[in-house]
Design a protein. Structure first.
Length: 108
């Protein structure tokens, strides 16, 4: 019983410190990438939204646009719509499905 409680508390402590969604794999947490393209889809979230951005080359990125992340890095939050052109900058990471994600720190 004590071992189970200890395992649960350790699991809870490690999961609370994670900054990525469950099942994500960080390729290089310090690699900043700039992406420009057209927004093809939007999924609303708690304090922002995730925009699918398609570059001219056809490559797609899932950009997490969060009020908190932008404020933390001196960026300004703006709401975009499907069809809008956007430029974003932030750390790049890849999930287990191979999808490319950017946590947006700056956007234009």
């Amino acid at each position: 019983m004590i071992a189970t409680a200890l395992a649960v508390s350790l699991l809870g402590a490690t999961s609370c410190s994670s900054t990525r969604k469950a099942g994500s794999v960080i390729e290089n947490d310090h690699m900043e990438l700039s992406v420009a393209g057209e927004i093809t889809a939007i999924e609303n979230g708690k304090d922002g939204y995730t925009a699918t951005i398609k570059e001219a080359s056809g490559k797609e990125y899932l950009a997490t646009i969060s009020i908190v992340n932008l404020q933390k890095h001196g960026g300004q939050y703006k709401r975009y719509n499907v069809g809008d052109k956007i430029s974003v900058k932030g750390p790049l990471w890849k999930d287990q499905e191979g999808k490319l994600h950017i946590t947006v720190h700056e956007m234009k």
